[in-house]
Design a protein around this ligand. Structure first.
Ligand code: ADP
Ligand code: MG
Length: 608
C-alpha cells in the first residue's frame, strides 16, 4: 500500500485557513479597516459595491509599505506587529496574527497600491490565488489603497453561502460602525455603489455617536468616566428611554477592540434593571482600558471574543460604572456606592455575584418553572386535540345569528344589540381571558389572539386586492439613521405592495405620501420606526417571506396588548373572531394563543 499523507499546496492551505478569518464580505471589511488604523491613518475611505461581493476597497493615508513588505504582507503568518509570543500580551495594534491579507489573497482578486512617505514611487501588486501576477511601480500619495474583487471567485461553494446584497451590506455597516466608533479621531467615509452613506468627520466620541445614531440621541447620553488603578471605563450609555426592543446599538471595546461579551452585557443590563422594560436594550458604547497583560485577545480567530484574567472583577466595575452614571444623571435616586480606588475592597467587587444576589435574581424563576412545567403538561394534552374546533363548538357553529355588538374593529358595526348567546368570560391580570367550554376551561392570551385575528384579516384583504385603500395625508417626513434607512429601502417594494406610498428623499429621509387605511391606525412615523426595529429582529428567519413578516409586525403593533383591560363585549368579540380564524391556536409569531385545562386533568390533579 502506498503512503497517503501529503502536504496541501499553499494556495489550498490558504483557502482553508481563510475560512476562519474571512467568513463574509464584512469580515474582510473589518480586517482592511483595522490594517488602515494600525498603519496610523487619519483618513480612511471604504468603497463597497454589491454587498461586498464585487468590490471592497480601503484607501488610507497611513504609513504605507516598502516594496518588499508589500510582497511579504500576503504571506501567511507575515506580520510587522509581533515578534515573539510574549508580545501578544503587550499588543496595542488591532492585528497581530498575520493572516488577513494572506486569507484575502487566497479567496479574492487583490490589487494593492502602497507608498511610504520616504519613497519616491509606490508599488502596485496584483495577486490572485495567493500568487503575485503583476508588479510595477506606481505614482501615488503616501498610504495604501487595497481593492479586493469578486470575493470567493475561486470557492463557488462559499460564494453560494453569501446572503443577499442587502443582508451582506448590513453586516458591513455593522463592522464599519464598530471600527469607526472606536476611533473618533480618524475621518471615516463609506461609499456604497457610488453613494456616500457615511462621512464621519474627526471629533469626540460623543460627536461620533451622534453622527452614527442621529441627533435625537444627543440629549439622551450619559457619560461614563471612571479611572481606577486596575482599569479605566469611559464612554456613554443611553438614558433608559433609548432602550429598544432589538439589540444592535450596544458596543463594548476593550483596549479599543470591539468585543462581544454576553457576560459584560449582563452587567449593564443588571444596572438598568427596573429602569427599562424587560427584553429591551439600552444604547451604550463603553470603552475599557486596561493593561494588555490582563486580557488574552488570542482566543478567537476574528478576535471578537477575549478572555479577562479576572472576569468577575470587570463585571463588577462595569456594573458599578453604569450605576454611577445612572445615579449622577438622576436616573436612579441614590448612589449605590462610590466608585474610586477603594472599590477593590468592597464585597461587591471581591464577590460580585453573591449567592444572595443569585437567589434574588432567580426569585421569580422558581415560580415560573413551576407554572411553566404545568403549562408544558397542558400543551402536550392540547396537542392530542386534532380538531381545535371542538374546543368551542358554540362559537364555531355556522349559526350566523351570532351577532356580536360594538367593537373596536369594524366587522360588526351598527349592531348594538346583545349577542344571542351570552358567553361568560373573565379577564385575568388584564391579559388572559378565561372561559368554560364543554371539556374544561380555556385561557386565551388576549394579545396573541388579537395578533392572529388582525394578521388573518390583513392577509385576506391583501389577497383580495393587492393595494388596499389609501389614506391620503399631509406628507410626513421620516428622518432615519443611515443604517435604518438602508433597511427601509430594502422594505420599500413590499411596503408599496401593501399600499404604503413612501419615497426616498435624499439619502436617509423618506416622505410618506399615503398609507393603507386599514393597516395604519395610529402614528405612521412610529409604525414605520417600529417596523424597522422589528425587521432587525426577524430578518434572520428565512422561512417566512418579507411581506408576511411585515404583516405580522403590523398586526403586533395594532393589537390589543397584554395589560389592557377589556370590557365583556370586547372579550366576546375577540373570542368570536379568534375562532373564525383559520389557525386560531397560534399567534402569527408562533406563540400559543390559548391553553386548555381539561376537567378530567384537573380532577386527576386534585385526586378526584
Ligand atoms: P496583521 O495585521 O495581523 O499583521 P495582515 O495580514 O492584516 O496581518 O497584514 C500583514 C502586514 O501587512 C501588517 O503587519 C502590516 O505590516 C502590513 N499592512 C497591511 N495593511 C497595511 C496598510 N493598510 N498600511 C500599511 N501596512 C499594512
Ligand atoms: Mg491585519
Amino acid at each position: 500500500m502506498p503512503d497517503i499523507i501529503h502536504l496541501l499546496p499553499d494556495n489550498i492551505a490558504n483557502q482553508i485557513a481563510a475560512g476562519e478569518v474571512i467568513q463574509r464580505p464584512a469580515s474582510a471589511v473589518k480586517e482592511l479597516l483595522e490594517n488602515a488604523v494600525d498603519a496610523g491613518a487619519t483618513e480612511i475611505k471604504l468603497i463597497v459595491n454589491d454587498g461586498g461581493k464585487a468590490l471592497i476597497q480601503v484607501i488610507d493615508n497611513g504609513k504605507g509599505m516598502s516594496e518588499t513588505d508589500a510582497r511579504m504582507a500576503f504571506e501567511r503568518h507575515a506580520t510587522s506587529k509581533i515578534n515573539k509570543i510574549d508580545d501578544l500580551f503587550r499588543i496595542r495594534t488591532m492585528g497581530f496574527r498575520g493572516e488577513a491579507l494572506a486569507s484575502i489573497a487566497a479567496v479574492a482578486q487583490v490589487e494593492l497600491k502602497t507608498k511610504r512617505a520616504e519613497d519616491v514611487s509606490g508599488v502596485f501588486l496584483q495577486v490572485e490565488n495567493s500568487v503575485v501576477i503583476r508588479q510595477e511601480p506606481v505614482a501615488l500619495e503616501g498610504g495604501t489603497n487595497i481593492a479586493m474583487k469578486n470575493l470567493f471567485f475561486n470557492v463557488p461553494a462559499r460564494r453560494n453561502f453569501l446572503k443577499s446584497n442587502a443582508a451582506e451590506l448590513r453586516h458591513i455597516v455593522e463592522e464599519f460602525i464598530r471600527v469607526a466608533m472606536a476611533f473618533p479621531e480618524i475621518l471615516f467615509s463609506f461609499v456604497y455603489n457610488s453613494q456616500e452613506l457615511y462621512h464621519l468627520t474627526k471629533g469626540s466620541l460623543k460627536q461620533r455617536i451622534v453622527q452614527v445614531f442621529g441627533n435625537s440621541v444627543n440629549a439622551k447620553l450619559m457619560s461614563i468616566n471612571e479611572q481606577t488603578d486596575y482599569l479605566n471605563i469611559t464612554g456613554f450609555v443611553g438614558k433608559p428611554e433609548t432602550a429598544k426592543k432589538t439589540r444592535g446599538d450596544q458596543y463594548f471595546f476593550v483596549n479599543n477592540r470591539f468585543i462581544k461579551s454576553p457576560y459584560l452585557h449582563h452587567a449593564i443590563m443588571n444596572a438598568f434593571s427596573e429602569l427599562i422594560p424587560r427584553d429591551s436594550f439600552p444604547l451604550y458604547a463603553l470603552f475599557i482600558e486596561l493593561n494588555p497583560e490582563l486580557v488574552d485577545i488570542n482566543v478567537h480567530p476574528t478576535k471578537q471574543e477575549i478572555k479577562f484574567e479576572d472576569e468577575k472583577l470587570i463585571y463588577a466595575f462595569v456594573q458599578a460604572a453604569v450605576k454611577h452614571a445612572l445615579a449622577q444623571f438622576s436616573v436612579t435616586p441614590t448612589l449605590d456606592f462610590e466608585l474610586d480606588s477603594t472599590i477593590q475592597q468592597l464585597d461587591a467587587v471581591s464577590k460580585p455575584i453573591t449567592p444572595e444576589k443569585e437567589a434574588a435574581l432567580s426569585g421569580k424563576q422558581l415560580y415560573q418553572t413551576f407554572t411553566q412545567k404545568n403549562q408544558a403538561h397542558f400543551i402536550e394534552k392540547r396537542s392530542d386535540l386534532k380538531h381545535w374546533k371542538d374546543l368551542y363548538p358554540e362559537l364555531r357553529s355556522e349559526n350566523k345569528d351570532v351577532v356580536l355588538p360594538g367593537t373596536q374593529n369594524d366587522l360588526y358595526t351598527g349592531k348594538d344589540e346583545a349577542p344571542k348567546e351570552v358567553l361568560e368570560m373573565i379577564q385575568f391580570h388584564n391579559t388572559y381571558i378565561a372561559l368554560q367550554n364543554t371539556t374544561g376551561v380555556l385561557f386565551i392570551h388576549q394579545q396573541n389572539a388579537h395578533e392572529r385575528i388582525l394578521y388573518e384579516r390583513y392577509l385576506s384583504a391583501i389577497l383580495n386586492k393587492p393595494v388596499t385603500a389609501q389614506q391620503d395625508m399631509f406628507p410626513a417626513t421620516l428622518e432615519l439613521t443611515t443604517s435604518d434607512a438602508l433597511i427601509l429601502r430594502e422594505l420599500l417594494p413590499d411596503l408599496n405592495l401593501l399600499g404604503f406610498k413612501l419615497e426616498l428623499f435624499g439619502k436617509d429621509t423618506f416622505i410618506v405620501q399615503s398609507v393603507p387605511a386599514d393597516l395604519v391606525l395610529g402614528n405612521v412615523k412610529a409604525l414605520i420606526e417600529n417596523l424597522i426595529e422589528q425587521y432587525k429582529h426577524f430578518s434572520v428567519d428565512l422561512k417566512v417571506n418579507k411581506r408576511e413578516r411585515l404583516l405580522q409586525s403590523i398586526a403586533h403593533q395594532n393589537s390589543i396588548k397584554a395589560g389592557e383591560s377589556l370590557s365583556l363585549k370586547e372579550m366576546q368579540v375577540l373570542v368570536h373572531d379568534l375562532f373564525q380564524c383559520d389557525m386560531p391556536a397560534t399567534s402569527p409569531g408562533g406563540k400559543p394563543v390559548f391553553i386548555e385545562f381539561r376537567k378530567e386533568e384537573l380532577d386527576k390533579m386534585t385526586g378526584r
